[in-house]
Write a protein that binds this ligand. Structure first.
Ligand SMILES: [Ca+2]
Length: 232
């Protein structure tokens, strides 16, 4: 019994060590296929009735329909999904609804900052590089929410819970600064994220303290590899 405190201490350390500070890092997805992906695990899963997501991506993909962030439940494989369609538009799925955001372009071989917010009455809005979309209502029932048991994957689209990946929805390139909140952040906070000013980090997923698992050839690399983004 005298070993119990030590065992508890080791267990606590192991639990804490699962989270990694990625503030100087990026996720790299080096191949266009169905194996490269990163699974994210919130420290405490909960049902979500509102949410926001921000991240930055860097790619030279100009065709196909890459998905950056896929959150699936057993009932809704597109519960919270952000993709760039082959037509160049950004599409956000919420439950069984989706919204297309037209006329918002992204840059190849540069960091693009994107955010999407989902707030009261299922109003959604998309942001990229300082530009805001119109606000659209996702026609889900008023009390619809994302159930606690959800699977979050970066770099692929889950066509079923935890799997069902297709090459046409695979992302190749780099993703960094992934944050998720359990509420709709303000446009001011979006702007602060995009301009790399200090902002309130995600309270559901936080890049500086993230539990993740990279699979396939996906891996963590240093931000310093992008000299245009970091002063040498
Ligand atoms: Ca798909």
């Amino acid at each position: 019994m005298e070993n119990l405190p030590r065992i508890l201490l080791l267990a606590c350390f192991a639990a804490l060590s699962e989270s990694t500070d990625l503030s100087e890092s990026v996720f790299t997805f080096p191949t266009l296929g169905t194996t490269d992906r990163v699974t994210l695990t919130p420290s405490a899963k909960k049902p979500l009735s509102q949410a926001s997501l921000c991240l930055r991506f860097y790619t030279d993909q100009s065709t196909q329909s890459p998905c950056f962030f896929s959150l699936a439940t057993n009932s809704f494989n597109n519960a919270f999904l952000l993709c760039r369609m082959d037509t160049g538009i950004f599409r956000f799925h919420l439950g069984s609804a989706s919204a297309d955001y037209l006329g918002l372009s992204y840059k190849l071989n540069e960091w693009n900052s994107v955010c999407v917010t989902w707030g009261e009455e299922h109003i959604t809005q998309f942001f990229i590089n300082g530009k805001a979309s119109v606000r659209k209502i996702a026609p889900m029932s008023p009390d619809w929410q994302i159930s606690t048991d959800h699977s979050i994957i970066v770099g692929q689209d889950q066509d079923h819970y935890g799997g069902g990946f297709e090459v046409m929805n695979a992302f190749a390139g780099h993703i960094t600064d992934v944050h998720m909140w359990d509420y709709a952040i303000s446009t001011c906070e979006v702007q602060r994220f995009m301009e790399k000013m200090s902002f309130q980090p995600g309270n559901y997923l936080k890049w500086e303290s993230l539990k993740f698992e990279a699979q396939g050839k996906a891996k963590v690399e240093k931000k310093l590899l992008f000299s245009a983004d970091v002063l040498c």
